[in-house]
Write a protein that binds this ligand. Sequence first.
Ligand code: FMN
Length: 194
Amino acid sequence: MADPLAALRQDRSRAREHGDANAELCWLATVTVDRQPRVRTLVLRDVDDGLALFINATSAKGRDLAAQPNCQVATWYPSLQRQWRLEVRAEPLSRALLTRHWQRRPRSSQVMDHLYGGEFPQSSPLTDPDDLRRAHGELDDELGANPEPPAAALALGLTVLRAECLQIHPADRLHDRWAFVRTGDGWTRQALVP
Ligand SMILES: Cc1cc2nc3c(=O)[nH]c(=O)nc-3n(C[C@H](O)[C@H](O)[C@H](O)COP(=O)(O)O)c2cc1C
C-alpha cells in the first residue's frame, strides 16, 4: 500500500461490492470559530480523480470551513474492518463542476439548497417545522424543471495532506496502523502503534 488515495478508492469500491452501509459515507470534523469540535455524517463523493463533499455555505459546517478549511474526514468500513482518517484541506471546486453534479441531486435536496440561501439558512433555529414544509412545497412549484444551483450550494474538493489507515484483525492478532505523509509527488509510509 504505497498510495493511500488509491487504496481508499479501492476500499470504497470493495465496500460497495459487499453492500457496506458505510460505503458512500464519511464523518467530517471541523472546529468552530470559538474552537469547539463538531462532527457530522456526510456523503463522500468521487469527483473526477479526487474526493469531494457537497454542502451548503449557510450551514454551521460551511461557516466553520470558511474560517478554517483544514479539517478531518474519517471513514469506517465494517465489511473490511478498516478505518481511514484523512487530514484534508476543503476548498470550493468550480461552479461548472458543482452544476454538473448538483443537477443529479434529488429534487427535494435541490429545493432545500434554494431555501437555505433565503429564509431558512441551514442549521438555523426553526420556530415551526410546518413553515419549512409550506415554503418547500411553494418553492417546488415555482422553481421549474431544471433549476440552477444557488450561490450557497458548494462542492468542496478535498486535498489530502496526511492519511492514516487502521486495519482491525481478529482478537488474537495485532492490528495494523499506517500513517502516510505527502513528500513531493508521492507519499512516505510510517507504521504506528495501533
Ligand atoms: C447518511 C447521511 C448523509 C448525509 N449527507 C450529507 C451531505 O452529503 N451533505 C450535507 O450537507 N449534509 C449531509 N447530511 C446531514 C449532516 O449530517 C448534517 O446533519 C447537516 O449537514 C447539518 O450539519 P451542520 O449543522 O453541522 O452544518 C447527511 C446525514 C446523514 C445521516
